[in-house]
Design a binder for this molecule. Structure first.
Ligand SMILES: NC(=O)C1=CN([C@@H]2O[C@H](COP(=O)(O)OP(=O)(O)OC[C@H]3O[C@@H](n4cnc5c(N)ncnc54)[C@H](OP(=O)(O)O)[C@@H]3O)[C@@H](O)[C@H]2O)C=CC1
Ligand SMILES: CC(=O)[C@@H](O)[C@H](O)COP(=O)(O)O
Ligand SMILES: [Mn+2]
Length: 363
């Protein structure tokens, strides 16, 4: 029986994790829940599950992780605010089931150094797919990782056709039902850029050997190409309960958690190259990933600011990445990577993004 804490329990990942746990009482015992602002939702979850260790906000989430013994903590918080809970989990003996990719991206080596082997199990569908393909421990034979991308709601459009897309259109993801930040990041392809950096840290593969292929059906969740020319892909209908369940009981599979593909039905899986001109996010993310240090934190923080401004109706869609690029270009890293330098860089990037956004509005 694995004792589980779920952080971000009121969100898309959190509620699906609670479903998986409730459906498997012989495997999982829920021992703690943390949300952000939704006090009533959290209390409802506590009443429904009988869990009494409840936390609201990121500081209480950190306290929860430190005070309640768990075998696995799922970090399903959204945004780089999830960094402190990620580091707190790694101070305990619990496995970190990581949905909050932002904490790994902004923390980089701070997170990977704090984590011993096997301490982080990815929840992100692409990285779960790769971890599953690597379960046999064949890392030395890997030639490249290929992350699949749905292409988002604007796949196939030229840059000119992206000028007037609305927040509502950006939130209409073709295959996944997720929270607003990650959904918007899918529309800009920033999500795929973040996932390239995430893959680099999780699997220790250099950036030049991590590729992206657009696969609109979101059935092949990612692939590992090996030195002999063989490729192992993980495929299943798009349902996060599968990677969530694997992260909670890694390396075991939880029977019945997902519905298998229907091989009696005709179906087509298609793959196409990413259009880097219309969607330059992955190219920029690789650049900041290679630069390392505080660059990924700056990239992510500027993006969080710009996405918020887009949803407030303050800037057009294309201004999101343009702002991120300008903030990244203006960044001057100082000193060694540390928690302090990451937090300083993030603060600077948020201010600089706001300054750029205000300037753009006054032009
Ligand atoms: N949804 C998905 O299918 C996938 C998500 N991910 C990643 O998982 C993470 C969560 O995404 P998703 O579930 O979609 O997001 P949601 O927006 O649906 O949920 C976010 C959760 O984080 C909580 N939260 C927000 N801010 C804080 C804070 N300051 N302190 C504590 N808790 C906070 C929210 O609480 P409250 O509601 O109370 O404010 C909510 O429970 C993201 O990193 C995302 O990129 C990765 C792959 C797939
Ligand atoms: C389900 C999941 O893992 C998301 O991160 C997903 O990858 C988003 O879809 P895109 O491929 O459109 O970014
Ligand atoms: Mn993903």
């Amino acid at each position: 029986m694995r004792r589980v804490i779920v952080l971000g329990s009121t969100g898309s990942i959190g509620t699906q994790a609670l479903e998986v746990i409730a459906a498997n009482p012989d495997r999982f015992e829920l021992v703690g829940l943390a949300a952000g602002r939704d006090r009533e939702g959290l209390q409802r979850q506590g009443a429904a599950t009988g869990v009494t260790d409840l936390a609201l906000g990121v500081d209480e989430a950190v306290q929860l992780v430190r005070s309640v013994r768990a075998d696995v903590v799922l970090n399903g918080i959204t945004g780089s605010v999830g960094l402190a809970p990620t580091l707190a989990v790694l101070e305990t003996d619990a496995v970190l089931a990581l949905a909050n990719k932002e904490s790994l991206i902004v923390g980089g080596r701070l997170v990977t150094d704090a984590a011993g082997p096997g301490r982080i199990v990815p929840v992100d569908s692409e990285h779960s797919a790769i971890a599953q393909a690597l379960r046999a421990g064949v890392h030395a034979e890997v030639r490249r990782l290929v992350l699949t991308a749905s292409g988002g709601p604007f796949r196939g459009r030229t840059r000119d056709q992206l000028g007037d897309v609305t927040p509502r259109e950006a939130l209409a993801h073709p295959t996944w039902d997720m929270g607003p930040m990650v959904t918007t990041n899918s529309a800009t392809l920033v999500n795929k850029g973040l996932e390239v950096i995430e893959a680099h840290h999780l699997f220790d593969v250099p950036y030049e050997r991590i590729d992206v292929a657009v696969h609109p059906q979101s059935i092949v969740h990612s692939m590992v190409e090996f030195v002999d020319g063989s490729t192992i892909a993980q495929a299943s209908p798009p349902d996060m309960r599968l990677p969530i369940s694997m992260s909670l009981d890694w390396p075991h599979r939880v029977p019945g958690v997902g519905v298998p593909l229907d091989w009696t039905r005709a179906q087509q899986w298609t793959f196409e190259p990413l259009d880097d001109d219309a969607f330059p996010s992955v190219r920029l993310a690789k650049r900041v990933g290679v630069a390392g240090g505080t660059y990924p934190a700056v990239f992510n923080a500027a993006n969080e600011q710009a996405v918020t401004a887009f949803h407030a109706g303050r800037i057009p869609f294309l201004a999101i990445l343009a702002t991120v690029e300008r903030v990244v270009d203006a960044h001057r890293p100082s000193g060694e990577l540390s928690l302090e330098s990451v937090l300083d860089a993030e603060r600077w990037a948020r201010d600089e993004a706001d300054r750029q956004l205000a300037g753009a509005l006054n032009e």
